[in-house]
Write a protein that binds this ligand. Structure first.
Ligand SMILES: Cc1cc2nc3c(=O)[nH]c(=O)nc-3n(C[C@H](O)[C@H](O)[C@H](O)COP(=O)(O)O)c2cc1C
Length: 345
């Protein structure tokens, strides 16, 4: 059985890639991921906010902040005091150590929202030995004067800035919250993104009623979270040059299978590894192999996109008509069952 896949020009032994998480902060974990079958590792992110001046001066964060000094790694603002897990220099050392210890590709992760000198750091990441870079643009715009057009252009400008300083492939990890996701995907593709990583999970703060405080609150994903990226991967498959990476809600071998059938080139896993441990990758791989065996698929390449919008028997399943159908056939008694086979008659 051939599990190999190509992702951003990299030849990977399988589609199973641990996505950015605190697990990669420990070099020993990276070795364990490789042993458990990971075909590449996306490192935890280095955040734009980590490139702040040493003065500790606090500036207002504006998502469209520009810093024209292309050689500077210093930003002209500092957000509220946050303790970061690693500093930029440590991050580069971590890449070097990881490259010395594992044989699989290392994908570094830069995370930010504004156009500024921090994007030049991509070059140092490349020099440290990263095989590719994932650019996570995690933007929660709250400025009412910013238009959607400006915000979308900001994504393209950040990608351009990073692409102009590196020759390694660059993936963009983004949210689904665009007026026209398909258009945004096409624009990033035209701007040279080597892959799109769909989608960022947005961590919503909660309100603590005892303390009467707003608190950050990370909730690990559940398998249902895969539906949104799966739909968009299915829609985009075969329409853009960039590779497609699925992230969110991939907990079992069957989730991997579904993402591949939709058109993903790789499937990224985070919550399931945090919940069950790194060795759980072996379980996911054997579930994938078992399914392929049972359904007589000899290769992952042969599975890719066969149920994408372009190739499936019912392309409208990904569009409004299916939404109407789902609502109109639903029966209240189904609320008590997790069995969704009724949708398919
Ligand atoms: C504790 C935690 C830390 C994360 N850290 C990062 C990060 O540093 N950079 C990043 O791009 N994504 C980060 N993510 C997002 C994951 O890489 C992944 O995209 C997301 O959790 C959805 O995948 P999942 O459903 O398998 O968890 C983090 C997620 C969790 C739960």
């Amino acid at each position: 059985m051939n599990l190999t896949t190509r992702y951003m020009g990299l030849s990977l032994k399988s589609p199973l890639v641990p996505s950015a998480s605190p697990l990669s902060e420990d070099i020993d974990n990276m070795r364990r991921m490789e042993d458990a079958g990971a075909s590449a590792i996306v490192m935890h992110s280095l955040f734009e906010e980590q490139f702040m001046d040493d003065e500790g001066v606090k500036f207002n964060h504006h998502p469209m902040t520009h810093n024209s000094d292309k050689n500077s790694f210093t930003l002209n603002y500092q957000p509220e005091s946050i303790r970061f897990r690693v500093d930029p220099q440590e991050y580069l050392n971590h890449i070097r150590k990881a490259k010395a210890i594992v044989d699989i590709p290392i994908i570094a992760s830069l995370n930010g929202t504004s156009l500024g000198g921090w994007t030049n750091y991509a070059r140092l990441i490349e020099l440290a030995g990263a095989d590719a870079l994932e650019l996570n643009i995690y933007n929660v715009p709250t400025d009412m004067s910013l238009t959607g057009t400006q915000l979308e252009q900001n994504y393209i400008d950040i990608l351009d800035a990073v692409k102009s300083v590196v020759s390694i492939p660059v993936a963009v990890k983004l949210s689904p919250y665009f007026t026209n996701m398909a258009n945004m995907a096409k624009r990033l593709d035209d701007a040279g993104a080597n892959a799109l990583v769909l989608f960022n999970r947005f961590y919503q703060p909660d309100i603590n009623l005892k303390k009467l405080q707003v608190e950050p609150n990370i909730i690990l994903s559940e398998p249902q979270a895969k539906r949104l990226p799966m739909r968009w991967i299915a829609i985009l498959y075969g329409q853009i040059y960039a590779n497609l990476a699925a992230t969110s809600g991939i907990h079992k071998g069957h989730d991997v299978v579904k993402m591949l059938l939709a058109g993903a080139d790789v499937t990224m896993i985070c919550s399931a590894l945090l919940l069950h441990g790194i060795d759980y990758l072996r379980t996911i791989e054997s579930e994938l192999c078992e399914w392929m065996d049972k359904h007589e698929f000899a290769s992952v390449e042969g599975m890719k996109g066969i149920l994408s919008q372009k190739n499936c028997a019912n392309p409208s399943a990904f569009e409004r008509v299916q939404y109407m159908r789902s609502l109109s056939i639903y029966k209240p008694e189904w609320a008590h069952t997790q069995d969704t086979s009724y949708y398919f008659g």
